[in-house]
Design a protein around this ligand. Structure first.
Ligand code: BTN
Length: 323
């Protein structure tokens, strides 16, 4: 690990507290010139710092996203061994898809401060101002076909809900709306776009996740009324913490899906969903289905009892709820 990476991590972990140059030099095991050099590299990487003649230096919060900081907070799991951060991209899902095309790493995480052409489900845009929110994609190579699209869609929604709650330390409670909108008090705080790619016939799953942390998109830009974590008292929530918590939960749920633990996934999803027994309208492949929600299956999608008394299974990838 470079001196700059170590200093950045120390400053990040100290939160609002300052570090004197002496203390940094001791903690890193280097001299003052190396600390000065490290601080200038950190500044060049775009991190804002505050210097006090009496107390030393600290990072200005909230911090800019940093791949090493994200990686350091993850366990030894499949997801996040390799993280890349961009200032701007067209779409993090496109970057992950390109990595899949080039045969890149399973578990790769792509994060961006801004997307020029962020995509939502059903051909919608996903808009987010620069530097405010979480925009990331996870690449899962799936040569053995153990990660069905439908189940990963459901798992990602649960992982995002759980990760947000952990990062916010119980400040918010997340509900799920099929297939994987994450809501706080009936307002959408996060969305998931799962896409499939094939390379030499072998499938990869790309899990794109957008979480509103510091800002919500305008009302004309969303399918549902939107919210963001800062609006629920989470003004000091760091995006790095949200990303780490969500990736840890996604790693755990991906392992459970690969291991066939779909009953546990079903229960986790249903316990957060107020749709069971509700009457809904769903449009799938241009066809309108109206009926009562019986259940959500991690493999077969939404299960409705239609107004005509038929049992209908609606897969998530081509369907959306009508409001
Ligand atoms: C939805 O609710 O419509 C899904 C939104 C998914 C947005 C994320 S942001 C990161 C990733 N890159 C994209 O272009 N889209 C997903």
């Amino acid at each position: 690990m470079t001196h700059a990476a170590k200093v950045l991590e120390l400053l990040y972990e100290r939160r609002e507290g300052f570090f004197s140059t002496d203390e940094l030099a001791r903690a890193v095991g280097c001299g003052h010139p190396a600390v000065t050099d490290a601080l200038s590299q950190i500044r060049q990487a775009g991190h804002a710092m505050e210097f006090s003649p009496t107390d030393g230096v600290r990072l200005v919060r909230p911090v800019r996203l940093d791949a090493r900081l994200i990686e350091r907070g993850l366990g030894p799991g499949r997801i996040g061994q390799s993280v890349i951060c961009f200032d701007e991209v067209d779409s993090t899902n496109d970057v992950a898809a390109e990595a899949a095309r080039q045969g890149d790493t399973d578990g790769l995480v792509v994060v961006a401060e801004w997307q020029r052409r962020g995509r939502g489900r059903q051909g919608r845009q996903w808009l987010s101002p620069p530097g405010a929110n979480v925009l990331m994609s996870v690449l899962l190579t799936d040569p053995a076909g153990k990660l069905p699209h439908e189940a990963i869609t459901i798992a990602a929604g649960v992982a995002v809900a759980e990760g947000i709650e952990t990062a916010c330390d119980g400040l918010v409670a997340c509900e799920l709306k099929w297939p994987n909108d994450v809501l706080i008090e009936h307002h959408k705080v996060a969305g998931v776009l799962v896409e499939l790619r094939r390379r030499d016939g072998l499938p990869s799953v790309i899990v794109g996740i957008g979480i509103n942390v510091g800002a919500s998109p305008g009302p004309s830009e969303t399918d549902l009324p939107a919210t963001h974590l800062a609006a629920h008292g989470g003004t000091d929530i760091e995006r790095v913490e949200v990303i780490r918590a969500v990736l840890r939960r996604l790693d755990a749920w991906t392992a459970r899906v690969a291991g066939g633990e779909l009953a546990a996934l079903h229960d986790a999803w249903v316990s957060r969903c107020g749709m069971i027994n509700q009457r809904v309208t769903v449009v799938s492949d241009g066809v309108r289905h109206v009926g009562r929600v019986l259940d959500v299956s991690p493999l077969d999608g939404l299960i409705l009892c239609s107004d005509h008394g038929e049992r209908v299974h609606i897969p998530a990838d081509r369907a959306s709820l009508a409001y």
